[in-house]
Design a protein around this ligand. Structure first.
Ligand code: HEM
Length: 213
């Protein structure tokens, strides 16, 4: 290797060493800048969160003072803390569900509609033993929700064959009611026995009472 070649190599290696150092320094600087901007962003979010929580707290206090409710009279399933507790949905057999009809006061009071099971314990006055709607407890009586028939036991079934569009819409509307109720919580589903297509369709209810608006 000639002298001039050697010098050239030295020059190249020193340039690349200087270049590496410069690259490292600028990388360090940009890491510092991005970590400080991340810190700033976090601080901003903390301030915003604190303001939101304070305003929410003030609103709840004012609402309690004025309306005696937490959210200015608004109530739905979203104002029930139980709906924010993640829970595993249970799969009931019809026999298991039937044990939740209020005859055992130690068990939650349950009813089902279109296969979804709701805990209606807070509606004991409606569904508990001896009350007006106790026949809905411990079972899926979707048909009766559609036909408004409270007097015939063959309407206390999940068999919805032969129902009119209006009656089916009635069932949907009740399902929506339970799903959005402030106190009732969906806790699972019920495995419904298949309907035998050869079984007779329950006859219409003579004394079906339309639910008052
Ligand atoms: C003459 C007819 C009827 C009258 C006068 C009547 C009256 C009432 C009244 C006053 C309530 C309490 C409402 C409340 O406090 O929010 C109620 C609740 C209820 N009604 Fe009727 N009702 C009638 C027919 C029916 C029929 C045919 C059904 C069946 C689909 C039905 C299903 C229910 C249910 C499930 C509840 C309880 C709602 C809950 O859990 O919050 N009602 N009814």
């Amino acid at each position: 290797m000639t002298d001039s070649e050697l010098k050239q190599r030295h020059a190249q290696s020193s340039t690349s060493t200087n270049g590496d150092a410069a690259t490292k320094t600028s990388a360090r600087q940009s890491a510092r800048v991005s970590s400080s901007s991340r810190g700033n962003r976090r601080a901003w979010w903390a301030i915003v969160a604190r303001i939101v929580v304070t305003l929410l707290g003030l609103s709840v206090c004012m609402s309690y003072l004025i309306t005696e409710t937490a959210f200015w009279g608004y109530s739905s399933k979203w104002t029930n803390w139980r709906n924010y507790v993640p829970r595993q949905q249970r799969v009931f057999t019809q026999l298991e569900l039937s044990q939740h009809d209020g005859s055992n006061a130690n068990l939650p009071l349950l009813l089902a509609i279109e296969g979804d099971v709701y805990d209606v314990s807070s509606g004991w006055g409606f569904y508990g033993p001896g009350s007006s709607y106790s026949l809905f407890a411990g079972r899926d009586a979707s048909r009766a929700f559609g036909t408004n028939c409270l007097s015939r036991s063959d309407h206390l079934t999940h068999d919805t064959r032969g129902l009119s569009e209006k009656e089916l819409a009635g069932i949907k509307s009740w399902h929506h009611y339970f799903d959005n109720h402030q106190q009732y919580v969906k806790i699972g589903v019920v495995q419904l026995s298949p309907i035998d297509p050869a079984a007779p369709i329950p006859p219409p209810c003579e004394d079906a009472k339309p639910r008052p608006k």
